[in-house]
Design a protein around this ligand. Structure first.
Ligand code: GUN
Ligand code: ZN
Length: 436
């Protein structure tokens, strides 16, 4: 696509806002524009300055909507789109009753390919432009997801789940095949276009010590890859893990022993960590990933954002679909707000929108490429309408500040508030008519 100018109200963050008045942490331009081309943001500024630079460039006019960096979801399960809203179970029963049977369907490459397209459509419909995703245990499911993302030039982090015990027939690999298939996928996809690989032992319960050992070997052999897994989500899960790894000092100790922890390790949940575990997370730089809709839906617990931050950890925030109940990072912020409220903590909208853009990019070590509208960043952009529903419009009529508008989006917004999503500069939503 040729270079193009997107006009609208621009919001981008340079730092984490420390409070409602921290105007130095972000740039907001009422009549702003982005010059995009070659998949990147070539320039950003006022519309007047941008048109002076490039007077003949075609314009897509998104006024009066808000343009910001596309949302980043650093923990989501690709094969779980059809288990969202499965009734009545907490984590281990939920996995055994609903989730594992569903994931066996992804052994079929045609099913995986069909679902990969629908999955990426859901993400961009909700304004999400990058995910760290778990595929199923089947190599073909990861293959289908990477291939579908490559077709849209979408930045994606993903991995085939490694799981060699405590799961049904058809959903288990072995230490050896888990290693070989992960390595094959890394060779095929890691660093190809916008794809990055995450070594993905599902969690301690579904991996033998032998499998965690080969996961650790992959971490050493493939230092550019991520590592993603689950940690300390549910009390029964923690007790079961302790029974399977009786020599480990605690849950995190299992992953520590096999060398899985580093700043590239994304640890889903982290709800019930001991002081020792928090200390090890801080020493190694491993990232806790807060998944509020999932934690509430599965009754797992309350994420202590302030406590972990005070210990020096860099927290991410994610959907965890399908334990999580929505693809929307706005809904995720909404539930996150409530989880923090229950603990006497708060989540100001400026910090919230920083979190799902630049904040999650920092947690992934990708802030120089995604998460902002800075010149040179990849052109992943979301366009938001805080008047998307009648109820939102009614509420917006009484809003006077940017923070109020953002909070309305955070609490009342979902995919209806996403007017357009650009991935590498390409619009993903059909039906939007540009004014120029
Ligand atoms: N722990 C291990 N697997 C899963 C999963 O698929 N979802 C959640 N929420 N927790 C897990
Ligand atoms: Zn998960």
């Amino acid at each position: 696509m040729t270079d193009r100018l997107l006009r609208g109200r621009l919001l981008t963050f340079h730092a984490e806002p420390q409070g409602p008045d921290d105007t130095g942490a972000y740039s907001y331009i009422e009549d702003g524009a982005l010059v995009i081309g070659g998949g990147v943001i070539r320039a950003a500024g006022t519309y007047a300055a941008m048109t002076a630079q490039a007077p003949d460039m075609p314009v897509t006019d998104h006024r009066p909507h808000l343009m910001m960096a596309g949302f980043i979801d650093p923990h989501i399960h690709f094969p779980q789109g059809q288990v969202i809203a499965s009734w009545g179970a907490q984590l281990l029963d939920w996995l055994n009753t609903y989730t594992f049977p569903e994931e066996t369907r992804f052994a079929d490459p045609d099913h995986a390919a069909r679902m990969a397209t629908l999955f990426l459509d859901q993400l961009t419909d909700h304004g999400t432009t990058t995910v760290a995703a778990y595929a199923s245990v089947h190599l073909t499911s990861a293959e289908a997801l990477f291939a579908a993302a490559a077709r849209r030039d979408m930045r994606i982090i993903a991995g085939k789940v490694m799981m060699d015990r405590n799961a049904p027939e058809g959903l288990r690999d072995t230490a050896l095949t888990g290693y070989d298939e992960s390595k094959a996928l890394i060779g095929r996809w890691h660093g190809k276009g916008r794809a990055l690989y995450a070594i993905t032992p599902r969690f301690a319960i579904t991996s033998t010590p032998g499998q965690l050992e080969v996961a650790g070997a992959l971490v050493i052999e493939q230092p550019g890859c991520y590592l993603q897994t689950h940690l300390s989500e549910n009390h029964d899960e923690i007790a079961y893990t302790a029974s399977l790894y009786p020599d480990s000092p605690d849950y995190l100790g299992v992953y520590e022993r096999y060398g899985l922890l580093s700043p590239r390790a994304l640890m889903g949940h982290c709800l019930h960590l001991s002081p020792r575990e928090i200390g090890v997370m801080a020493e190694t730089g491993a990232r806790p990933v807060f998944c509020p809709t999932s934690n509430l839906f599965l009754g797992s617990g309350l994420f202590d954002d302030a406590g972990l931050r005070a210990a020096g950890l860099v927290n991410a925030i994610a959907t965890d679909v399908g334990g999580g109940t929505s693809y929307s990072m706005l809904q995720t912020l909404h539930e996150g707000y409530k989880v923090l409220q229950l603990q006497g903590q708060n989540l100001h909208p400026l910090r919230a929108f920083h979190w799902i853009t630049r904040g999650n990019a920092i947690a992934l070590g990708l802030e120089d490429r995604i998460g902002t509208l800075a010149e040179g960043s990849e052109a992943d952009i979301v366009v938001l309408d805080a008047r998307a529903t009648d109820a939102m419009a009614l509420r917006m009529a009484r809003a006077e500040t940017l923070s109020e508008e953002l909070f309305i989006l955070q609490i009342m917004g979902d995919d209806r508030a996403v007017v357009q999503t650009y991935v590498a500069g390409e619009p993903q939503k059909t039906g939007f008519v540009s004014t120029t």
